[in-house]
Design a binder for this molecule. Structure first.
Ligand code: UDX
Length: 437
């Protein structure tokens, strides 16, 4: 099939490379000239395992191309996938301006009938808005079918999530469009759910909001475990063994971040208020998450009394491991709060240092290694559960510190390694602390 993808962010790029790898001819488009130039040479703009190899392979076999020209990209395409961003606007709703512009660009340049498939996360009813823009601007002899085909990939595992998704949701207005899109994905052998367009749009928001709610729920349980002496890890396992609950997304920590959960929970809350509904469960999910991001600072305050002049090593800056993305990362809130408290922050991340410098500027010090970050530190905060931190020699690392105090915001360090330290104070989340004087 001949496919065009508009937008080369995480979703567009992963979709483009995976569809070309499945045998389709794909052209990916973006307005960012530099990005397209780099991509055409096989250089990925983001850190994402497996992306580079797929880019190389499919550029090499001629099935994957990149262009900034809509005319060239849309020429003779049967399926047009829109994967542009829908950032958060000031009132919490999704900003649809990139999507509206994409619709105008398509209308101006499309030279044959096609299925317009919206993969961007969009509020229920957006397909109708885009269809109207297309109708108003398309030449009379060209018609389009609309489809909603939300994407469920996670950053850091975007390629494997796309190739091995749990399900593909296809919302269409007619059978022809549904079966064409089903054919497009058939080689991946992933279960497909056909729905109406509005249901497909809602499935994306409902799924992300539910997962975010699950995280906030387990974070509150973790806080309660600390207060009552229970161990949240056992509680998560015990809950997760119930198939109705499931074990995924029951890992407590310092809150969810990233480009999706925070934005999508807010947007769904906004949609509900537009329909005169107060979706209190979502409001509470957001409140708990905001509080949870500050948890390590509160714990350090209660341990030290005052953080003024203290050196805190912050290990991990990206919102989760295997990505260099800092969007809505807890590290931002934590470093701001530490600076407010008068602390010095020495930060280290294995891949997100360049992005961090753009976001955190000069307010924190950037270390070249975990060893440098923890040197003479009063405490270390584990903010992202990078494997290299888990595998570090903590017995040695704590010796470099002024005081061997660890606040583990991701419960990722191994207790058996902590116990090997000669002296240590280890504060995890929702389970008993370890103190060796
Ligand atoms: C998420 C959804 O999982 C994905 O389906 C959707 O398409 C986009 O949003 P992503 O933001 O890439 O993906 O990351 P994810 O792995 O879901 O983690 C999101 C946040 O939740 C991270 O900050 C992570 O640390 C946190 N999290 C996740 C927890 O705190 N506990 C968990 O148990 C799981």
């Amino acid at each position: 099939m001949k496919i065009a993808v508009l937008g080369t962010g995480y979703v567009g790029l992963s979709t483009g490379v995976c569809l070309s790898d499945s045998g389709h001819e794909v052209v990916c488009m973006d307005v960012d000239e530099e990005k397209i130039e780099q991509l055409s040479k096989g250089i990925p703009p983001i850190y994402e395992p497996g992306l580079k190899e797929l880019l190389k392979r499919n550029i090499g076999n001629g099935r994957l191309k990149f262009t900034t020209s809509h005319k060239e990209g849309l020429h003779n395409k049967e399926v047009i996938i829109i994967a542009v961003g829908t950032p958060q606007s000031n009132n919490g709703s999704a900003d649809l301006s990139f999507l509206e512009q994409a619709a105008k660009d398509i209308a101006e340049n499309l030279n044959q009938n096609a299925i317009i498939t919206i993969k961007s996360t969009v509020p229920v009813g957006t397909n109708d808005v885009i269809k109207n823009i297309l109708k108003e601007n398309l030449p009379h002899d060209i018609s389009v079918d609309m489809a909603a085909n939300p994407e469920f990939l996670r950053q850091g595992s975007a390629i494997s999530d796309t190739l091995k998704a749990d399900r593909i949701v296809i919302g269409t207005e007619n059978k022809q469009a549904a079966s064409k899109l089903e054919k497009m994905y058939s080689i991946l052998h992933i279960p497909i759910l056909h729905t109406s367009i509005r249901s497909a749009e809602m499935i994306k928001y409902a799924s992300n909001a539910f997962l975010a709610m699950k995280i906030s729920f387990i974070n509150e349980i973790a806080n309660l475990c600390e207060a009552t002496g229970a161990n949240v890890e056992d509680v998560s396992i015990g809950m997760g063994l119930d198939k109705r609950i499931g074990e995924a997304f029951l890992k407590p920590g310092i809150g969810y971040g990233g480009s999706c959960f925070p934005k999508d929970v807010k947007a769904l809350y906004h949609t509900a208020s537009e329909h005169d509904m107060n979706f209190g469960l979502l409001e509470e999910t957001m409140t708990i998450n905001n509080q949870q991001r500050e948890l390590l600072v509160w714990k350090a305050l209660s341990r030290f009394g005052d953080l003024n002049g203290k050196k805190i090593a912050m290990l991990g800056l990206s919102f989760k491991p295997e990505t260099d993305d800092l969007r809505e990362a807890p590290s931002i809130v934590i470093s701001n709060e530490l600076i407010n408290q008068g602390a010095r922050v020495s930060a280290y991340d294995p891949v997100a240092m360049n992005n961090a410098k753009k976001v955190l500027n000069t307010q924190v010090e950037y270390a070249k290694s975990p060893e440098e970050a923890v040197l003479d530190a009063d405490a270390v905060f584990i903010v992202t559960e990078w494997k290299s931190f888990v595998e570090s020699n903590w017995k040695q690392l704590v010796k470099e510190m002024k005081s061997p105090i660890i606040f583990d915001g991701r419960n990722c360090l191994k207790e058996e390694e902590i116990i090997k330290c000669e002296q240590v104070e280890y504060y995890p989340i929702g389970k008993p602390k370890i103190i060796k004087a």
